[in-house]
Design a protein around this ligand. Structure first.
Ligand SMILES: [Zn+2]
Length: 112
């Protein structure tokens, strides 16, 4: 593993597990801790990788490949923001951050 791979992997997991809490802190006031937990839990959409073969391939771009990582899924995630409940908004925002995180990974992958 060269150092660019290490930067890419570190960025990816920081965005998956730390960024949701930072965003939650700014947008969810007193509910920020639970909002952070909900947003981090959106990693569960990666269960769609189980439908692929191989299940995990570090050189594959998730976006547009796995069913819950398509543009149609993203549209649904954005619609979650319209539900008047902070919990659903946390789900939507978490999913959008997850999507962006995976997209950034794809960009980094193509650069290196
Ligand atoms: Zn993903």
């Amino acid at each position: 593993m060269d150092y660019l791979e290490i930067i890419r992997t570190t960025t990816h997991y920081l965005l998956h597990f730390v960024a949701p809490f930072v965003v939650a802190y700014y947008f969810f006031n007193k509910n920020w801790k639970w909002a952070g937990v909900i947003m981090t839990s959106t990693i569960l959409i990666d269960l769609d990788h189980l439908l692929a073969s191989p299940i995990f391939d570090p050189s594959r771009c998730s976006i547009g490949f796995h069913p819950l990582h398509t543009i149609w899924a993203l549209i649904v995630y954005i619609l979650f923001l319209l539900i008047p409940s902070w919990k659903w908004r946390a789900v939507g925002l978490g999913l959008i951050i997850h999507f962006a995180t995976d997209a950034i990974d794809c960009v980094m992958m193509s650069l290196w």
